[in-house]
Design a protein around this ligand. Structure first.
Ligand code: AMP
Ligand code: MN
Ligand code: MN
Ligand code: MN
Length: 283
């Protein structure tokens, strides 16, 4: 086992989490995290705050983000770690990726209105911490608070996934662009929670192959989105493709997330942890 308590995937109010970067840092430190990364969706506005808060709690820090990508008609998430947060091309790429979210949110609300749910845009906005980063999660919180569903997973199941009234197809960044922004900014691209995608075996093979060809170097093996069986499966995939392995809770909120910061099994010992390859990027 790699017995470092690293948590390299979580979200703050800068995207769709409910805690500030400072509150997340305090919680991570209290849970024993030694190396931390904040990985807000398509956004790095919280990075300087997160690094300062990590250091105030005696934790090491890697810069982070989670980029939304469209691959083979599905949304795939690519985590970036250890990049320069002031890199202009990376910042522009993330700005462009965030760009369509406002209009998409209006369309989500229009779909929900057709299903009889009025004013969902205004409702979702009340939960948004960053006006550039309105996400399905904010709609889900609004629909729970207004009594339409009992929890956010029910909202997704009934309203926000493909085939449901509030689902809006969207084109995010390309896999190639996302991997290259991260890599050119000195960081490492990592495939987030691979078990979550509804890919055939051939599509998954294509994802890993193209990701590597573009310069991607890591994959999440131990994540809050995987079962124990999926840790084993993606440990094998990491070895097969020669990828380093990452570990992260994907924590969003004390009320919603089932995996808390720092509370995951350690990485299996035969794998190379991403932080070994990023040693000179750790602050
Ligand atoms: P978006 O980027 O707006 O498409 O929102 C994606 C976010 O929605 C993910 O990062 C998760 O935080 C959340 N999410 C996706 N699927 C579910 C689900 N089934 N239950 C709860 N949250 C979900
Ligand atoms: Mn999220
Ligand atoms: Mn994700
Ligand atoms: Mn995430």
């Amino acid at each position: 086992m790699s017995i470092l308590n690293a948590d390299l995937h979580c979200h703050s109010v800068v995207s769709d989490g409910t805690l500030t970067p400072e509150a997340l840092a305090a919680r991570a430190a209290a849970n024993g995290v030694e190396l931390w990364a904040l990985t807000d969706h398509d956004e790095i506005a919280g990075q300087h705050r997160a690094a300062a808060a990590a250091h105030a709690h005696g934790m090491k820090y890697l810069t982070g983000t989670e980029i939304s990508v469209t691959f083979a008609g599905e949304t795939v998430h690519i985590v970036g770690l250890g990049f320069d947060p002031d890199d202009p091309a990376m910042r522009q790429g993330l700005l462009d990726t965030r760009g369509g979210r406002g209009e998409r949110a209006r369309e989500i609300a229009a779909g929900l209105a057709q299903a009889g749910i009025k004013d969902a845009y205004e409702g979702a906005l009340r939960y948004v911490g960053n006006p550039e980063l309105i996400s399905r999660t904010h709609f889900a919180r609004h629909l729970v608070e207004s009594g339409v569903c009992k929890d956010t997973s029910e909202v997704f199941r009934r309203y926000l996934v493909d085939g449901k009234p509030g689902y809006v197809p969207h084109r995010w960044a390309s896999l190639k662009d996302a991997v290259q922004w991260i890599t050119a900014a000195g960081g490492m691209a990592v495939i987030a929670h691979p078990a979550r995608y509804k890919f055939t075996a051939n599509e998954e093979y294509a994802l890993f192959t193209e990701f590597k060809a573009h310069g991607g170097r890591g994959v999440e093996v131990v994540t809050g989105s995987h079962t124990a069986a999926e840790y084993v499966r993606y440990a094998a995939t990491a070895s097969e493709f020669g990828l380093a392995a990452s570990r992260g809770s994907d924590f969003h909120s004390p009320d919603e997330s089932h995996t808390d910061l720092g509370k995951l099994p350690f990485l299996p010992g035969q794998l190379t942890p991403v932080w070994e390859l990023l040693a000179d990027r750790i602050r």
